[in-house]
Design a protein around this ligand. Structure first.
Ligand SMILES: Nc1ncnc2c1ncn2[C@@H]1O[C@H](COP(=O)(O)OP(=O)(O)O)[C@@H](O)[C@H]1O
Ligand SMILES: [Mg+2]
Length: 250
């Protein structure tokens, strides 16, 4: 479904993504892990066409989309749930959801899908006509995911959905992502600093460091890596608690 070949992204002198190649098959959850500044968001922006790659190719759903405008990619089913959620706080919850369907003309189907989203998220339904600012961080993330679903994603890309959430709310967000994949067959590209939790639900993962892929494979393979454990999971430095603590990169 997605084949990224040696993608390069630069911001002037900053070389954010350096020859990154990744693949994703329909129905998979693929995680892209890495510390702050590793190039994860830049990679997603490149896939969506929000920044223009200085090299490499992006193939999605059988087409080379490397130079297509973002609007065409979104209509083609590539949807980003951005870092920091980007909810419009002054609009109502309902209006924020509608924004996810801005490019659609099938208004009846949109209304039916919004009803499904309200079934799935009763917290949103109860306050649909309130300003989005009444929502907690976790509920805002649910709203951002609901808005993304209204874009009818063939591939949903999530940029750090657990950022800033308590462990309990993070668990709810990860459980939702897992259900979307298991029950709806949703293909998901999940960018996370929360390695442990992302690897629990991913089929495969890539680790990005300073713009390069330094490790890839099945979650077990990545979790077994000692360097990664020492750097990111707080283990292997004589403090091997062996617990399944939720730890982020920062
Ligand atoms: N708009 C921008 N202009 C210049 N440099 C940027 C811009 N956005 C990101 N960068 C730089 O690119 C690198 C990768 O950033 P980013 O993709 O946001 O990483 P991540 O999402 O993994 O934290 C960092 O060095 C960051 O400072
Ligand atoms: Mg980022």
């Amino acid at each position: 479904m997605l084949t990224v070949h040696e993608l390069e992204i630069r911001y002037g002198r900053v070389h954010a993504v350096r020859g990154v190649s990744i693949t994703l098959t329909a129905g998979e959850v693929v995680a892209v892990l890495g510390a702050n500044g590793a190039g994860k968001s830049s990679l997603l922006r490149g896939l969506l066409g929000l920044v223009h790659p200085s090299g490499g190719t992006v193939r999605f759903d059988g087409c080379d989309i490397t130079h297509r405008p973002t609007s065409m990619r979104v209509r083609g089913g590539l949807v980003l749930v951005p870092e920091g959620r980007r909810i419009v706080m002054t609009l109502t919850i309902h209006e924020n959801l509608l924004m996810g369907a801005f490019h659609r003309r099938d208004h009846r189907a949109v209304a039916a899908e919004i009803a499904e989203i309200y079934d799935r998220f009763p917290h949103l339904a109860a306050r649909r006509h309130h300003a989005a600012s009444v929502l907690s961080g976790g509920e805002q993330q649910m709203l951002a995911i609901g808005r993304g679903l209204l874009g009818r994603p063939k591939l949903m890309m999530l940029d750090e959905p657990s950022l800033g959430l308590s462990p309990k709310l993070s668990n709810e967000v990860f459980a939702l992502i897992h259900r979307l994949n298991q029950e709806n067959g949703q293909s998901i590209l999940l960018v996370e600093q929360n390695t442990q939790r992302a690897l629990e639900l991913a089929d495969r993962a890539y680790v990005l460091e300073l713009g390069r892929v330094t490790m890839e494979g099945a979650p077990d393979h990545i979790l077994a890596d000692r360097a990664l454990q020492a750097a990111y999971l707080g283990r292997g430095r004589g403090d091997d608690r062996g617990d399944a603590r939720t730890t982020s990169f920062n």
